[in-house]
Design a protein around this ligand. Structure first.
Ligand SMILES: [Fe+2]
Length: 146
């Protein structure tokens, strides 16, 4: 794995860990903890998704000319994830453990599938297309907060 793959894959793990904290607190009805953990998770996810959309994907599209390929599919899945994160936040506000658990379960499956597609297919393609793009690496490093 080269730098971009490593950066973005490692950040998936940071988001996954934050998700696990939020899910555990929410399904157990520990609402103050759930609020802190969900807010942290939502912030990390937004940093991740917007870094891909603003930096990684446009660089890949410019280098390959593939503007309607995998990046388009990933952008659509990002919108689906954002909608589920919003649902999670609404369940939190309503202190609804069942709804929180349902949204978390759906989101987990989507995130797992999405991350696998990126890590097995898109990130390696990005590595190949963008090798030596150190400016992009520096930008990504600053965007992928933990
Ligand atoms: Fe993504």
């Amino acid at each position: 794995m080269s730098a971009l793959s490593t950066l973005y894959s490692d950040h998936h793990r940071v988001c996954d860990a934050a998700f696990a904290d939020a899910e555990a607190a929410g399904v157990e009805g520990r609402w103050p903890d759930a609020e802190v953990a969900t807010t942290r998770f939502a912030g990390l996810m937004e940093a991740h998704l917007s870094s891909e959309e603003a930096s990684l994907f446009p660089a890949f599209e410019a280098a390959t000319g593939m503007t309607h390929g995998p990046t388009q599919m990933m952008r659509m899945e990002h919108e689906h994830m954002r909608a589920l994160i919003a649902r999670l936040q609404r369940a939190l506000t309503a202190k609804d453990t069942d709804e929180f658990g349902g949204a978390a379960e759906t989101l987990l499956v989507l995130m797992q599938q999405h991350n696998l597609k990126e890590e097995r297919m898109l990130y390696p393609m990005c590595d190949q297309a963008l090798t030596g793009n150190t400016a992009l690496e520096t930008t990504a490093r600053s965007q992928l907060v933990s």
